[in-house]
Design a protein. Sequence first.
Length: 450
Amino acid sequence: MTVGMLNFIRRNRFKVFLAPLFLFFYVFYFPYIYFFYCKRLKQTSCEQQLFFLCRDEYGAILHLLYYIHCWTQAHNVAVLVVFTPVFPLVKRLAKHICPAVQVISPSDYFSQFMQKTFSCFMGRLVFKQLYYVLLRRYPDAQYIYEINEGNKCSYVKYLDNVYENRPHDNLFWDAYAHTRSVFDCRFDVHLHLMQLARVCSGISVDKESVSHLLNDLKITGRYVVFNINAKDYYNENRNTRQIKHHERYNVLIDYLINKGYCVVLQGKDEQPYFQPREGFIDYAHGVFQSPENDLFLFCACDFFVASKTGAEMYGLLCDKPVLGLNYTELCSMQPNVRFRFFPKHLKDENGNYLSWGKILTHPAYFQLGRVLSTQEKIEFEEMEESEIVAALEEFLQLLPRSREKWLDYSPLQQEFKQMLHPGHLDLYYISGVPCEAYLKEEVIAIPAET
């Protein structure tokens, strides 16, 4: 054996060790699962719309399932084809979110064993290849996200009517074109979802299951669900979403408890810990936390308070008012009609705060975490406690309003809406607007974070 071959084996010993496993997936399991999917797809009617799910992020799953829920209300029946190792979770959620949909995913005991044992390999070696093969065979299938985060959907800026005839030497529009080019979301499909969301109702769940959960959590009256995205992302750029000063939310908890609400912390391990008190329930770190119970919990709450997170989809799913605090990524938003938000403050590299009017013309508007649309250093600063209380007081006054009355904007909110154009992407199309308390802060003078 030559020295070069020994060095190759030494550098790739992990791959050499796993070679039999790779061979098994490629030679045996892929053909097996391929013919299973083809057989099931041949049994579907041409009148049934196919939906492909190939991402395993929780927010992406909820996003597509909600789209299917809206589609089945407005159009014909649908078929969901799952290309992800977390197919058991998808089937569990689909049962509650879009129960009429036919789900095509592995259903035999052998595949379930493979999923539990080799889940980390199945995505790349089986489902990814299967997705590409079947997408070529069924090009009319609908999907929102590409198979891997970071995979770009096709975009040609010179064919974009929004980008056309714009000042292309403008930093804002340069950032717009760059953001569209790196989207892993099919924007046209996402816009269709926004249109459907305006007329679709929320999901219906088993009332007895909801009652059991509320009894287990000892909730007897009105309650509010809130979620704080304190996750430390592997990609540091995405930490613009992260809430570092979660202790400031204590004023929100105490304020709502004093108003007669029970406050329920929802989420998983990424949620911070708060001091126990009467009226506060830490569901996120409790024994009752589960995907199904998340749906049951939201369906009976009065409203939802969230930071930027995939969990904000629950407001749409269950048709609940949403108050977004410390919001970021304004070009990527959810279309809930009953929605108000208060963004994080932005400071430029000189330490000056950007007014909301300035943000709407600044390339930093397109900051999407993993995509830095500007070379200028921008600092994101979280809300102060007084701002949290002001936003909450304003939001509580809106709750008695009918859905249509939520569209009666204040003069400042109308001015904000008039400044928007299709280049602002989601923010242009949604009904939600910033809190009046935020828009009044045209001249911001708050202390720097410690």
